[in-house]
Write a protein that binds this ligand. Structure first.
Ligand SMILES: C[S@@+](CC[C@H](N)C(=O)[O-])C[C@H]1O[C@@H](n2cnc3c(N)ncnc32)[C@H](O)[C@@H]1O
Ligand SMILES: [Zn+2]
Length: 401
């Protein structure tokens, strides 16, 4: 390859990757982007879940599928799809970097996949556009870029057949979580907000961007799964052709209104926000707005269950962590939008935080819903108002006050 490499094992494959240690001078440097070809061992869990989601999807369509990974790096993900997912008849891997193309080609060959894997060296949008015609389209496309996936969404939805699966990674968490709101509005067409549940807002902004992009092509979307892990978010959506489906999809768009003073939050459906939503219904303060974004479901209970089932028989290094994510997302799939973070509420009340399980029990005893969330181990999804949550948290300390 002309640069230091090593063989690593991931899932059921062995692949040649850049020897990351050879490209950094100090441990604080971010090795994956220093190497001539991108490879990030930390994203193994992302790829594990991608394998499970693709397999769950293949089981639901119950036929052979074609898959495209237009930003493939060293090709570990596409190689894993071809080896580990039953019913994959073809994988097209692609990277604009010639060295990545060579390494991905080597990995396909080393795993004896020459007949089922095609490796290309094109710009991702050019490649996807060349698969936009009706009989050429893919069943599944996995967009896993640096930063935002939005430059590829248009050509990806066009290169998917109706009913196809689109997976998107976004690593640009600073814009999505409201550190750089202008960049977020530019890329995703929605305003972010620096709240304690900004990672959920990030997923909803990405889903909203996908929904509005697909709608331009008369396509509807159904969000099957999403997760926020480490430094990125991930979204899995089924795309279906049809203007009516697109119209129905857009009914899931709306806004989250948030009060930074009392933690009250509410949602408003629709793409246009009227002025009378300006004041907090609980404390009268000015409400801040996030959106337009996706207010529909961001996890599908049945799909989470299918993925859990697939995980049972698979060799995955991060299985326990994945079980946990899947169990939590399945539980929170039907829970209200915008979770509370108990620590944040306790901070403003100058109280130490009670055990999260106890707060959930207390909420349920009072007849409210209470679910944990995979987004934050200290988060609770509930239909209780912020005031109720504050009162319940305070009752844990009423004897001491
Ligand atoms: C984050 S890496 C991909 C990692 C890979 N998906 C994995 O799971 O290991 C992003 C890749 O996109 C490639 N890339 C960037 N811009 C591109 C473009 N316009 N067309 C095709 N590939 C591109 C980069 O060379 C890089 O290898
Ligand atoms: Zn308020």
């Amino acid at each position: 390859m002309g640069f230091p490499t090593e063989i690593v094992e991931e899932g059921e494959v062995r692949v040649l990757v850049p020897k990351l240690k050879a490209f950094v001078k100090s441990p604080s440097e971010y090795a994956p982007s220093k190497a001539p070809v991108f490879y990030n061992p930390v994203m193994e869990l992302n790829r594990d879940i991608a394998v499970l989601a693709l397999q769950a999807y293949q089981r639901t369509v119950n036929r052979e599928i074609s898959v495209c990974e237009p930003l493939a790096g060293c090709g570990v993900r596409g190689t894993r799809f071809a080896v580990e997912v039953d019913g994959v008849k073809k994988v097209v891997m692609n990277d604009i970097n010639e060295k990545a193309f060579k390494l991905a080609s080597y990995n396909a060959e080393m795993n004896k996949l020459d007949k089922r894997v095609l490796v290309k060296n094109e710009d991702a949008n050019f490649l996807l556009s060349s698969y936009g015609a009706p009989r050429k389209r893919f069943d599944a496309i996995d967009i896993d870029p640096f930063g935002s996936p939005t430059p590829y969404i248009d050509s990806a939805v066009r290169a998917l057949r109706s009913g196809g699966l689109l997976a998107l990674t976004a690593t640009d968490m600073a814009p999505l979580c409201g550190v750089y709101p202008k960049a977020c509005i530019r890329k995703y067409g929605g305003k972010p907000l620096r709240t304690e549940y900004c990672h959920e807002i990030a997923v909803r902004l990405l889903a909203g961007c996908l929904a509005t992009t697909a709608a331009k092509h008369d396509m509807g979307v159904d969000i099957l799964f999403s997760h926020s892990t480490d430094h990125y978010i991930r979204l899995y959506a089924k795309i279906e052709h049809g203007a009516k489906k697109a119209d129905r999809t857009l009914q899931n768009m709306g806004y989250i209104l948030h009060c930074f003073k009392c933690f009250h939050r509410e949602t408003v459906k629709g793409l246009l926000l009227s002025e009378h939503h300006g004041k907090c219904g609980e404390c009268g303060s000015k409400l801040d707005v996030a959106g337009p974004l996706w207010l529909g479901k961001i996890f599908d209970k049945h799909f989470c269950g299918l993925m859990e089932k697939e995980a049972e028989g698979k060799k995955l290094r991060f299985k326990r962590r994945i079980w946990k994510i899947l169990a939590l997302t399945r539980e929170e799939s039907e829970a209200p939008v915008a979770y509370y973070v108990i620590d944040k509420i306790c901070d403003t009340l100058a109280l130490s935080t009670p055990p999260i399980k106890k707060v959930m029990e207390a909420l349920r005893e009072k007849g409210f819903q209470a679910f944990p969330t995979h987004f934050n181990p200290r988060g609770i999804r509930s239909n209780a108002s912020a005031e109720t949550i504050r009162k319940i948290v305070s009752t844990f300390y009423k004897d001491k006050i």
